[in-house]
Design a protein around this ligand. Structure first.
Ligand SMILES: [Zn+2]
Ligand SMILES: [Zn+2]
Length: 240
C-alpha cells in the first residue's frame, strides 16, 4: 500500500487522519514492529515510531532489518518499499536487498548478527544508481553477492566463498537480464530475493526456500512510467 504523499500531515502508511489520544496506548510500529506507548495513531490504527518517521531510506532499512523477526525476505522488503523514503527507483534498493536477505536468513536459522546487517547496508549503498545499464551489473544482483559474501565471510583471498559470492551475483544478473524491460528496481528486488533465497537454501542445505511464498505480485506498476507490460510480477487486473 504505497500512497501519494501530497498530504504531509496525515498517516504516512495510509494517508488517513492522525488522531491524538488523551491517554497513552500500547502500539506497535507499522514498519519496524517495535512496541511502544504513544499518544497518537491514525484513524485506521497505524502507528509509526519516531525513528521510522524521521529517517532516511538507509536508516529505515537498518532499523527495520535489525528489529524484525520475520524469516520472509519478501515480507520485510514489501514493508520497506511502502515507506515514503524508499522511492520507486533508486540506489537504496542496492542496500535493501542484502540487508533483507541477511536479516531474514539469520532469523530463519535463529542467529541474528547485527553487524552483518550493518555491513550489508554499508556495502550495498556503495553501488551507485544506474549501475545496471551503465556498467552492466544491476545493484540487485550485486546485492545477492554481498549477502552471500557476508554470510560466508568471503574475501578476495577465500577461494570457495569468493566463487559462491560471484556465482550468486551472476545467476541473479542473468535472471535480471532475461526478464528484460527498462530498469525497474521493484522487479530487480523480486528477482534478487527469489534467487538469493534459493542460492542460500542450496548452499546451506536448509528448507528456507520451500517455506517462503514467492508468488508476491507487484504493487508498484502504477508508479513506474516505464513499467514493462510483460512483467511477470505485474497484477493481471487493471488499476494497479
Ligand atoms: Zn494509517
Ligand atoms: Zn519503527
Amino acid at each position: 500500500m504505497k500512497i501519494d504523499h501530497d498530504e504531509k500531515v496525515n498517516c504516512i502508511v495510509c494517508g488517513a487522519e492522525v488522531e491524538y489520544l488523551k491517554q497513552a496506548a500500547k502500539v506497535e510500529c507499522y514498519y519496524c514492529g517495535i512496541e511502544d506507548e504513544a499518544y497518537f495513531c491514525c484513524v485506521k490504527g497505524h502507528y509509526v515510531c519516531n525513528n521510522c518517521h524521521a529517517q532516511n531510506a538507509l536508516d529505515v532499512i537498518k532499523n527495520v532489518c535489525l528489529n524484525t523477526d520475520s524469516k520472509d525476505p519478501f515480507q520485510i522488503a514489501e514493508k520497506l518499499m511502502e515507506h515514503p523514503s524508499i522511492h520507486m527507483h533508486g540506489p537504496e534498493h542496492h542496500a535493501l536487498i542484502p540487508a533483507v536477505l541477511v536479516a531474514a536468513y539469520q532469523n530463519f536459522v535463529g542467529l541474528k548478527i547485527n553487524n552483518d546487517i550493518l555491513e550489508s547496508i554499508k556495502r550495498g549503498k556503495n553501488v551507485p544508481g544506474g549501475y545496471c545499464g551503465l556498467y552492466g551489473a544491476c545493484g540487485g544482483g550485486i546485492g545477492v553477492g554481498i549477502a552471500v559474501s557476508i554470510l560466508l565471510e568471503a574475501s578476495p583471498l577465500t577461494p570457495g566463498p569468493r566463487s559462491h559470492a560471484n556465482w550468486a551475483t551472476s545467476k541473479t544478473l542473468k535472471d535480471i537480464a532475461d526478464a528484460g524491460g527498462a530498469r525497474c528496481c521493484k522487479k530487480a528486488v523480486h528477482i534478487a530475493l527469489e534467487d538469493g533465497i534459493d542460492y542460500l537454501s542450496n548452499l546451506f542445505d536448509i528448507d528456507w526456500s520451500r517455506e517462503i511464498n514467492k508468488s508476491v505480485k507487484c504493487n508498484y506498476s502504477k508508479y513506474n512510467k516505464e513499467c514493462d507490460s510483460s512483467c511477470k510480477y505485474k497484477k493481471s487486473f487493471c488499476g494497479n
